[in-house]
Design a protein around this ligand. Structure first.
Ligand SMILES: Nc1ncnc2c1ncn2[C@@H]1O[C@H](COP(=O)(O)OP(=O)(O)O)[C@@H](O)[C@H]1O
Ligand SMILES: [Mg+2]
Length: 223
């Protein structure tokens, strides 16, 4: 490798590692490899997620199906979501020649942040537009909404991504049917609108497996 190549490689690696550090919480920074070490049973899910990342890059982040990973607690859904961030944040768009912009947020925290910024009566469209600017939006833990207002905010975000044919990756502790049933209690219109669009935007996959956190605790106790 020529000297400039080595320098270029070093610079590239440090930029990528900085981007990952800023976007990914420490627990999830290991990507797919580390996830498979702690949860080897997730090889099919990792294949699905890797295929998504490849298609995301090939099609420059446009008009592709996202993924909806759902299951009970602790199976590795957030790990999968951040492994997708880990992968895609290092990718360069063949269309623009720039790094993809990837944003991962926990839905409850995101909705609280919007409420704090815009107030209960404020118009959240600006926020939805801000989220639209991301090539990929990860919505972690879309399990319930706390109020009719929160359902409207979430609807705004999903609606905007759907209109602009930009992908979302969602994790949830509920199937899409259960999610709709839960949200309907707060806001029937918004729940129908959200679920109908998600059905059009994502490939749904149930993550079957045990609770990794409980198993780790058992292993610790049993030495
Ligand atoms: N990429 C990863 N690297 C290391 N540990 C991970 C990774 N992904 C998940 N884990 C471990 O597995 C546990 C459960 O995974 P998590 O994704 O949080 O489950 P879920 O989102 O389904 O509740 C985490 O608390 C963490 O200890
Ligand atoms: Mg989670």
């Amino acid at each position: 490798m020529a000297f400039e190549d080595e320098q270029f490689e070093r610079a590239w690696k440090s930029i990528v590692s900085l981007r990952r550090k800023r976007a990914i919480p420490p627990r999830f920074r290991g990507g797919f490899e580390k996830l498979l070490e702690v949860a080897p049973n997730l090889s099919h899910e990792v294949d699905l997620a890797r295929a998504f990342c490849k298609e995301f890059q090939d099609r420059s982040g446009r008009e592709i199906n996202g993924i909806y990973f759902w299951s009970h607690y602790g199976t590795g859904k957030t790990g999968l979501a951040y492994a997708i961030v880990h992968e895609t944040i290092a990718m360069i768009s063949p269309k623009t020649g720039a790094y993809f912009d990837v944003c991962a947020r926990r839905v409850p925290e995101l909705l609280t942040a919007i409420k704090n910024e815009y107030g209960a009566g404020g118009d959240p469209k600006g926020f939805a537009e801000e989220l639209q600017a991301y090539d990929l939006l990860i919505l972690d833990d879309m399990t319930e909404v706390g109020s009719s207002h929160e359902a409207n905010l979430l609807n705004e975000i999903v609606n905007f991504r759907h209109d602009h044919q930009m992908p979302v990756v969602v994790t949830s502790n509920r199937s899409l049917e259960e999610l709709q049933a839960g949200m309907e209690k707060s806001n029937e219109n918004a729940s129908f609108s959200i679920i109908s669009r998600l059905c059009d935007m994502v490939y749904t996959h149930e993550v079957k497996g045990h609770d990794i956190r409980k198993r780790k605790a058992r292993d610790r106790i049993n030495g």
